[in-house]
Ligand binder design. Structure first.
Ligand code: ZN
Length: 693
């Protein structure tokens, strides 16, 4: 529960608490900016509370403050879009005057929570799975006196290995009480953001919003325009981190998710992705893959990179696809499959074909984040990111994705590459100009980045343009599905969750990386949104093959292998696994509560994820045995069951005999698993029996 209270200076969230639990009281008033700049002048602001314009309803509060000179209106907006889960907060500043104004950093949320210096508490946060999930991934830090922590998120993941890894912009603080209660905060924005936590004596300070680093942040506000801070959500919980997640994931589904997508019980779909054959995809390969996908029970055929004429030239390569892409889409549809396509639609190349985005074209040269050298060339499927925060570039991109979706009969559009500019050197774009004395331009993976004090403002404008483009596409194509890839696991945040239907959660696709990325990300986001690409991996035995598949079957499954190379036994196994996924596992992935019942996967020891849906009285446990030669048995203590009920436990691969066990036993002494082989797995089904049996 989050209680909002007016203080004398305005308003703030006064108290955070789960029902009947410890109350966290905030002592800080709203963090309203103290000055703006006009021309070269810094002008101090005097905010006056406007009670007439203020809106107070049961689940929504909009507090309005005004500044007479310069004429500005600031709205502090709080709302509860559901009867459960967190409440959201945003600050909006409108320029009602007739001159350009420069705003300094306006944080979304700035709490000063009163604590007892003796309090013990824990801080939980999770990394993005960008590139490869690290050895830690899920962090559980003790918050001692003097604790100072900042976690950052952007659309770039972890390009800079000298810095701490990026987080999914979310943090949870849990008290050391037997109720395991606390609060969490998250950010609904994909641009450069940060969450900071500082403990000092009787104070726990929490800030969330745009990333003010590098200082000074500034953003221009032209007359009539409004600046909106990233929306931040904040909620309270009890019962531990998984219970907090069970509420948050449901809230994300109901509030941020796309109801059109969730309506289809086949979501998350089973996908076959052409990258298993690399960039060589062509009409013949696609036609064979479609036939094969349909016979395996797959539901979507996804053409990955390699189909186009060139980077920025998003038309099918006529040598590879002599009959075009529409013919492939229609072929997929005739086989009962959806058709998805990879496009890196913010990248420019050097194609001179009509309709191509050519970085050397004087008309678009200024859309690049910096002047490219005359001899610059794109890589085979990576070009130079344009700044879609620039209105002309945004309009081009908007028309281009609309054309691609319509012309190629898409059911799914995947964006990849870095679609939000990483800094920008231009002084004629809507964002702030770079600092000429303090900027760094560098090349990585064939394209250019700019680091300067305007980086956060560049990402602010480009991210909003991206959201606007996708919101429009969604309105015009209600059934269209969006995959957010962004070089695998880099753009996993709650702003993306409101604009795409699923994420690629890592860029490394072996079983352990897939399980690690799922383990981390599933603390905060609904499992159907979490895509694992399953890549070819050594599977000398069929048990290893099942282990490989199941490691990517806990959320959204995309197979990225040349299935034509599978043996007859592997084909049969894959078919059965896909069938079981669709009938038994997918309903749980969509609706069930999720529990992390082991430590994070390391590929050596045992690990497991439990799903249990109290309304269906059913559950499933994904169990994995790593490479450990010693332990052929392992006991998992289950969660979320009724101690008084009895559960029928069955083992998909018959690794143990079916049995009936009391909930209390499963949650105290646990469930014993026995797997004789290394790198093998089991799917355990749970069915709660009717009382009295
Ligand atoms: Zn720019």
């Amino acid at each position: 529960m989050v209680n909002l209270e007016r203080t004398r200076s305005g308003a703030a969230v006064a108290r955070l608490s789960a029902p009947g639990r410890r109350i966290w009281t905030n002592r800080a008033s709203e963090p309203l900016i103290a000055f703006v700049e006009a021309g070269r002048q810094r002008i101090a602001l005097r905010w006056k509370f406007n009670s007439e314009a203020t809106l107070i309803r049961e689940r929504e509060v909009a507090l309005v403050y005004e500044s007479a000179s310069p004429h500005l209106r600031l709205t502090s907006h709080w709302r509860a879009r559901q009867t459960f889960g967190p409440i959201e907060h945003q600050i909006r500043i409108e320029n009602l005057g007739s001159h350009d104004i420069w705003l300094p950093m306006q944080d979304t949320l700035d709490f000063d929570l009163k604590i007892d210096p003796q309090d013990k508490m824990e801080h939980v946060f999770v990394e993005k799975g960008a590139t490869t999930p690290s050895a830690t991934g899920t962090h559980r830090d003790v918050i001692n006196e003097g604790y100072r922590w900042t976690g950052t998120s952007s659309t770039y993941g972890d390009l800079d290995e000298s810095k701490p890894r990026e987080i999914i912009p979310w943090s949870l603080v849990k008290a050391d009480d037997h109720e395991q209660s606390g609060w969490y905060v998250g950010i609904e924005f994909s641009g450069r953001t940060r969450i900071a936590i500082v403990r000092e004596q009787d104070s726990l300070k929490v800030s969330a919003g745009l990333n003010p680093d590098p200082v000074p942040f500034r953003t221009r506000l032209v007359p009539g325009e409004a600046f909106e801070t990233p929306t931040v959500f904040v909620g309270a919980f009890r019962g531990g981190v998984d219970e907090a997640g069970n509420i948050l994931r449901r809230w994300v589904r109901e509030v941020l998710g796309n109801s059109e997508t969730w309506k289809d019980p086949r979501y998350p779909y089973v996908v076959n992705n052409s990258w298993g054959g690399g960039v060589d995809v062509n009409e013949e390969i696609a036609t064979r893959m479609i036939r094969d996908s349909a016979s395996l029970g797959v539901e979507m055929f996804h053409v990955d990179a390699g189909w186009f004429r060139g980077v920025g030239d998003w038309h099918p390569n006529p040598k590879k696809f002599p009959h075009g892409l529409t013919a492939i889409a229609e072929n997929a549809h005739q086989h009962g499959l959806k058709f998805g396509l990879w496009v890196d639609w913010t990248q420019a190349g050097i194609s001179t074909e009509p309709g191509a985005l050519n970085a050397r074209d004087p008309k678009v040269r200024d859309w690049m984040v910096t002047d490219l050298p005359a001899d610059w060339e794109p890589e085979s499927f990576k070009g130079q990111t344009i700044d879609i925060g620039m209105p002309e570039a945004k309009q081009w991109a908007e028309r281009e994705v609309e054309r691609i979706v319509t012309d190629y009969h898409l059911d799914m559009l995947e964006h990849d590459g870095y679609l939000v500019a990483h800094g920008c050197d231009r002084s004629n774009h809507p964002h702030a100009a770079p600092d000429p004395l303090n900027k760094c331009i560098y090349k990585s993976s064939g394209f250019y980045f700019v680091d300067s004090t305007n980086s956060t403002d560049v990402s602010y404008h480009a991210t909003r343009a991206y959201y606007a483009i996708y919101s429009k596409l969604r309105r015009e194509h209600p059934g269209l599905i969006f995959e957010g890839c962004n070089d695998g696991g880099r753009m996993v945040d709650f702003g993306s969750a409101a604009h795409v239907d699923y994420f690629s959660i890592t860029d490394t696709y072996d079983p352990v990386s897939n399980r690690r990325a799922f383990y981390d990300t599933s603390y905060v986001l609904p499992a159907p949104m979490l895509e694992s690409y399953v890549e070819k991996w050594p599977t000398p035995r069929i048990e290893n093959f099942r282990y490989m598949l199941r490691s990517g079957m806990m959320g959204w499954l995309s197979i990225m292998m040349d299935t034509a190379l599978w043996t007859a036994e592997q084909r049969e196994t894959a078919k059965n696994e896909i069938q079981m996924y669709k009938s038994e596992l997918r309903p749980l992935i969509r609706d069930a509560d999720l529990y992390h019942i082991s430590s994070r996967p390391d590929g050596v020891h045992w690990d497991a994820i439990e799903y249990f849906d109290p309304s269906r009285k059913r559950g499933a446990i994904y169990v994995f045995r790593g490479s450990t030669a010693q332990a052929i048995t392992h006991r998992f203590v289950l969660k979320g069951l009724d101690p008084a009920s009895r559960y029928r436990v069955t083992f998909q691969d018959h690794s143990s005999a079916a049995k009936v066990v009391r909930g209390a036993d499963l949650m105290k002494s646990g469930l014993l698993l026995q797997l004789p082989l290394i790198n093998s797995s089991e799917i355990v089904s749970l069915k709660e029996e009717a009382p009295g049996r």
